[in-house]
Design a protein around this ligand. Structure first.
Ligand code: UDX
Length: 458
């Protein structure tokens, strides 16, 4: 019996999957989590990555890594303009990616045949490359299902000549996606707006042309949008998220995580702390930063604040913070450059999360039952925030210009008032659904089993 199982394992190890993430923190994390899940299921893993934001391979000794020259830095690409970065990547990486993939496929030993390529949805150029090498391509979409449908609707509106919109703050329903408002349309500002729409159109076309679509989301959370997706995207769909709950975390963080966050939280009362972080890309100006600082201070609530270097436009780090700000708060506040976010959200002292609603942050908050203050800035964050505040009702949306008085009030509502308790109850229900979905027989569990069989069928 034991021998049979061992030889079965060996046979399964023979299939290899090649993965290629978009080189941004919010995309690298889910891709490497997925890689770990697939490895755990007996597949061997090769990760192709750019030099720009390259992952730390030493945290993944069980994977094979290949880096490709991307020329992104030379072009002045930065994480601050994700559309320009992605557009450059889709042009610049074609040749090096093809060479690398070709080499990998021809070097393959008999017992390690490559089953397929899994690439980020935004890396649409990989589709033609995979096709030319007769390799199936499965797409990983790292955000919510609702946000992809909203992007699809946005590209349709562009085709119909709807943009530019005069009243971008309108509460009217979004044409082509009426469960959102015009103000939730997931636009992303960039140097050349046309690039954005072109990126959406090509991404959606190449998703539809691919062999399958993997989601870091789960059926019970996005039931209705999943139905629409299945209708609009007729292809194998796998909702196997939340990825980070499958296995103990191995860090794919590009910045080092400050563990003093946890020792500081250890000294705080249960559910008393507001965790504040706007992810790896969002930036604010000095005025907004000061409103946030004074709003946090005025709320009377203890807070753990991630001020990422570069968060404040034009400054290195905390220079605009008034002198003595932290000292005056007398231990009620802790500021770090980057935190071990999943541990922070799972900590008993954490009572709320002020977030930009990047999909990873949103999902991580749901998984730990932490209600949110939503402050989306661009793209999918606007859609995620609307779902969090309006449909799942597990967060409050901070919609207006940042003003310290409003910030103080919304923090108190989430951390101290009954409204916050009600949101906590609702998000705890979602957390329970996550747990059921991942268990044997649950929807994510079954979807992962189907994905593995599908990959092994190539
Ligand atoms: C980007 C986009 O902005 C987002 O809208 C999209 O959904 C994914 O790509 P980002 O802004 O970085 O992502 O946000 P998010 O998706 O929340 O990902 C941030 C990741 O960094 C999370 O996994 C979070 O746990 C991690 N993180 C964040 C840390 O490890 N430490 C921190 O201090 C902050």
């Amino acid at each position: 019996m034991e021998n049979q199982r061992e030889s079965g394992m060996k046979e399964r190890k023979k299939r290899r999957v090649i993965l290629f993430p978009l080189p941004l923190q919010g995309h690298i994390n889910p891709m490497l989590q997925l890689a770990n899940i697939l490895y755990d299921k007996g597949l061997s893993i090769t990760v192709i990555h750019t030099n720009f934001n390259s992952p730390n391979s030493s945290n993944y000794p069980h994977f094979h890594f290949c880096s490709i020259p991307d020329g992104l830095l030379e072009l002045g690409a930065s994480s601050l303009d994700v559309v320009a970065l992605t557009t450059h990547l889709n042009v610049n990486c074609v040749v090096p990616f093809r060479d690398c993939l070709d080499k990998l496929l021809s070097n393959v030993e008999e017992e390690e045949s490559t089953a397929c390529l899994i690439t980020d949805a935004a890396c649409h150029f990989t589709h033609a490359v995979a096709d030319s090498l007769n390799l199936p391509r499965i797409v990983l979409r790292t955000s919510s299902i609702a946000s992809l449908l909203a992007f699809a609707a946005t590209s349709l509106l562009h085709e119909k000549g709807y943009f530019p919109i005069e009243d971008l703050g309108s509460e009217a329903p979004m044409p082509e996606f009426p469960s959102l408002r015009v103000k939730d349309i997931p636009l992303i500002h960039t140097q050349d707006e046309e690039n954005f729409y072109q990126l959406l159109i090509t991404m959606i076309t190449q998703i539809k042309a691919s062999s399958g679509l993997i989601w870091n989301s789960f059926q019970e959370l996005e039931q209705d949008t999943l139905k629409t997706l299945e209708h609009d995207f007729r292809m194998p769909i796998f909702t196997i998220g939340p990825f980070h709950k499958y296995l103990p975390a191995s860090s794919s963080s590009l910045l080092s995580q400050d563990t003093s966050s946890i020792s500081w939280l250890d000294k705080q009362a249960p559910k008393s702390v507001l965790y504040v972080s706007f992810g790896s890309i969002v930036a604010v100006n000095e005025t907004e930063f000061l409103e946030i600082a004074w709003g946090l201070a005025g709320s009377g609530v203890p807070f753990l604040w991630v001020v990422r270097p570069g968060l404040i436009r034009g400054y290195e780090w905390l220079e605009p913070l008034p002198k003595g700000f932290l000292e005056k708060l007398d231990g009620r506040a802790h500021i770090v450059k980057w935190a071990p976010q999943q541990e922070v959200l799972a900590h008993p002292a954490t009572g709320g999360f002020w977030t930009h609603n990047g999909w990873n942050s949103t999902l991580e908050s749901i998984c730990e039952g932490v209600p949110m203050i939503c402050q989306p800035c661009f793209g999918d964050q606007l859609v995620n925030a609307r779902y969090v505040s309006h449909f799942w009702r597990v967060g409050l949306h901070l919609e207006n210009r940042l003003k310290r008085g409003e910030i103080e009030r919304i923090i108190r509502r989430v951390i101290l008032e009954a409204e916050g308790e009600e949101m906590r109850d609702r998000i705890m229900d979602l957390k329970k659904k996550v747990d059921v979905s991942l268990r044997q027989g649950g929807s994510a569990y079954q979807s992962l089993e189907s994905l593995i069989s599908y990959i092994e069928s190539f």
